[in-house]
Design a protein around this ligand. Structure first.
Ligand code: HEC
Ligand code: HEC
Length: 284
């Protein structure tokens, strides 16, 4: 047991030590989508952050080729999923015979929404992610079945809701009724998980800019979600990404939609306050 742990720690140490030779910070490229939407990909860290001065979007760590996909909607492979969601938006479903459009008109009525989630819902007395809110509308308002938390229908709808907020700075609240959840998320962020004994902060705060297994480590921001990954050629949601990162530390992971991941999402979102909503973004 301890032997395995020591060897994996050693091998990770070696990976990091070797890669330190090819340390490369965020690049200086500017992201303007469709020659029109100017994205804030670099911002002063919000006051609550103790160990970072400057925030960078994950886009700034990608290669020029990967970056290019996100600069024009005609080249962005995520946009076909946005179109699918537009259809769903207008399609009645469930026992009430309603579509999203029946109550919310056009998708652009959702402008600004992505930027402030997760957020407190007063009636329910809970912190809600956008996924939770969408499923609440499906179940309570439409009498339809909830979508799978990280499934395709959900990812598509989140991508549509994100597009109408693109460019706006992330601005989630961290005080008042959400403060306790936020603290819990922060604690998880700094907890060392798994055989490798690595926390989110070890990689995304202490080591961003380094190369890890040929991948350029970013700050692990979520302003670009959902994200189309060239690796799996589909849209990926925030909790699916968290799950993958925790698994990489060889730890048992929390379930998508669990209170732990909701808290972690609130905290990670707040670490990006000031960066533009970019979703759907393109990453490798
Ligand atoms: C029968 C009416 C109705 C339908 C149909 C409906 N919603 Fe809603 N939706 C609401 C109401 C009412 C709220 C405010 C709920 C609250 O604050 O608890 C809301 C809130 C939301 C919000 C949060 C907005 C904000 O400013 O925080 C989102 C996102 C949303 N709905 C998405 C959807 C989507 C996507 C669909 C279709 C899958 C849908 N809704 C279907 C009534 C509806
Ligand atoms: C062993 C190092 C490591 C740890 C620990 C780790 N990650 Fe990651 N993470 C990566 C790598 C590598 C990538 C892909 C390159 C990148 O975007 O940084 C990544 C990507 C991400 C992304 C996508 C960023 C984007 O712009 O699309 C998010 C979000 C993220 N991680 C969050 C987390 C969270 C939250 C934790 C803690 C639960 C965590 N990571 C733990 C290595 C790690």
């Amino acid at each position: 047991m301890s032997y395995t742990r020591t060897t994996s720690l050693l091998s990770l140490g070696m990976v990091l030590a070797m890669s330190a030779l090819v340390w490369a910070d965020a690049d200086d490229d500017q992201l303007i989508v469709n020659d029109e939407i100017e994205m804030i990909t670099e911002a002063a860290a919000p006051d609550h952050m103790e160990n970072l001065d400057t925030l960078y979007s994950g886009w700034r760590f990608r290669s020029d080729e990967t970056q290019a996909f996100q600069m024009d909607d005609f080249d962005n492979p995520a946009m076909v999923f946005v179109e699918k969601a537009e259809e769903v938006w207008n399609t009645a479903e469930g026992s009430e015979g309603k579509a999203c459009a029946s109550c919310h008109d056009a998708p652009d009525t959702m402008a600004g929404v992505r930027a402030v989630y997760p957020k407190w819902n007063e009636d329910a007395g809970e912190v809600r992610t956008l996924e939770m809110q969408v499923n609440n509308c499906r179940e309570e308002q439409m009498g339809a079945e909830a979508w799978k938390y990280t499934g395709g229908d959900m990812a598509n709808m989140l991508a549509l809701i994100s597009t109408v907020s693109r460019g706006l700075p992330m601005n989630v609240a961290i005080d008042g009724p959400v403060a306790e959840t936020w603290e819990k998320g922060k604690e998880i962020y700094y907890t060392r998980f798994g055989q490798l004994e690595l926390s989110c902060a070890n990689c995304h705060e202490d080591s961003y800019g380094q190369m890890i297994r040929a991948d350029h480590l970013s700050q692990g921001q979520i302003n670009g979600f959902p994200t189309y990954r060239l690796k799996n050629t589909k849209l990926n949601t925030v909790h699916a990404r968290f799950k993958g990162c925790v698994r990489d530390t060889r730890a048992h992971t929390f379930a998508p939609g669990s209170p732990e991941f909701v808290a972690l999402e609130l905290y990670v979102a707040s670490r990006g306050n000031g960066l533009s909503v970019e979703g759907p973004s393109v990453r490798n």
